[in-house]
Design a protein around this ligand. Structure first.
Ligand code: DPN
Ligand code: CA
Ligand code: ZN
Length: 319
């Protein structure tokens, strides 16, 4: 790895600017030994999970929102697939807006638990609709990669943990609850957290979370994801996701974070349309937080590429 700044200086700067990096994992534990080619995940398998989430929303008042029956039904679908595959799963309860919420955490047995790499995304929709791009897409991509880990009986050096967060749409409630209630000793074992929130936008962009404003070690995650897109001939851009998704609580705890994103309410520029295709001047996701975020609101190519990026990140960062 070529680092521009010495890790000591980066750590010093980060410690100076952040007030609560108490339990942060040391960034060197995330160091990529050698990039691994992740498996090519068939997008049809990811789409099949989206079809199930759509059906579940349809049978439960049209959404999968926090506190609504469709939320729990969708989460139970994901959990059942993981249990069948051999994961150790747990539901973590919390309360938000007077309703019980749930995080689903799934551990793949094995690996060094003192170096745990986590991959997650939010499982709730807004109440306006079924939330198929936001965030059925990340939920389904993560699920299919987790199932592929099991099918291939991956035996990574590090310990692998997947998470599906509740009540993200109410203000990152589930992921914040998880991080804030994990004992410092457990938090210190988390070598990195990679987030996938909206990965199939219909007018897709190819964004990787910018690591510069994130804890030391985040550059490793950015590089694995960006290198993957370049390897398939897609030129990604970095984006400042800030406090807009579930990596935020991990970053506040000093844990290296990253992720991918295909865009929400912002309009695609002419330059972006030239390199990625799609429509300039139109939102990446015109159905963002609307009832029309249905199965029709997915670009299968973006969903495929991003799910393959998840697989590459899982294989590489856990090796
Ligand atoms: N956090 C997303 C949502 O659930 O509405 C939107 C989003 C994701 C925005 C990633 C920016 C970056
Ligand atoms: Ca694929
Ligand atoms: Zn959302």
């Amino acid at each position: 790895m070529i680092t521009r700044w010495s890790p000591a200086i980066v750590a010093l700067v980060w410690a100076t600017v952040t007030a609560c990096a108490s339990a942060g994992a040391s960034p060197d534990r995330l160091e990529v030994v050698s990039p691994q080619a992740g498996p090519d995940i068939p997008v049809a398998e990811v789409q099949a999970h989206l079809t199930e989430l759509s059906r579940i929303a349809g049978e439960n008042g049209g959404n999968r929102a926090h506190g609504q029956p469709g939320y729990r039904a969708g989460l139970d679908y994901v959990r059942a697939r993981l249990d069948e595959a051999g994961y150790t799963t747990a539901l973590q309860e919390f309360t938000a807006a007077g309703a019980t919420g749930y995080n689903l955490v799934a551990d793949w047995p094995g690996g060094d638990e003192n170096a745990t790499v986590m991959f997650g995304g939010h499982a709730d929709s807004v109440s306006a609709g079924p939330g198929i791009n936001d965030n059925g897409s990340g939920s389904a991509g993560l699920l299919e990669v987790a199932l592929t880990v099991a099918e291939q009986n991956l035996q990574p050096t590090k310990h692998l943990r997947f998470a599906w967060w509740g009540a993200e749409e109410l203000g990152l409630v589930g992921s914040t609850h998880y991080v804030e209630n994990l004992p410092d000793a457990e938090l210190a074992k988390i070598a990195g957290y990679v987030n996938f929130d909206m990965i199939g936008s219909p007018n897709a962009g190819y964004f990787v979370y910018a690591s510069g404003s994130q804890p030391p070690g985040s550059d490793q995650i950015e590089k694995v994801l960006a290198d993957y897109f370049v390897s398939i001939g897609v030129q990604p851009e970095t984006t400042e996701v800030g406090g807009r998704s579930d990596h935020a609580a991990f970053a506040r705890a000093g844990i290296p974070t990253g992720g991918t994103f295909t865009g929400a309410e912002q309009a695609k520029t002419a330059d972006q349309a030239a390199k990625w295709g799609g429509t300039a001047g139109e939102a990446f996701d015109p159905c963002y937080h609307r009832g029309c975020d249905t199965l029709d609101n997915i670009d299968a190519t973006a969903l495929d590429r991003n799910t393959d990026a998840i697989a590459t990140a899982v294989w590489t960062l856990s090796a």
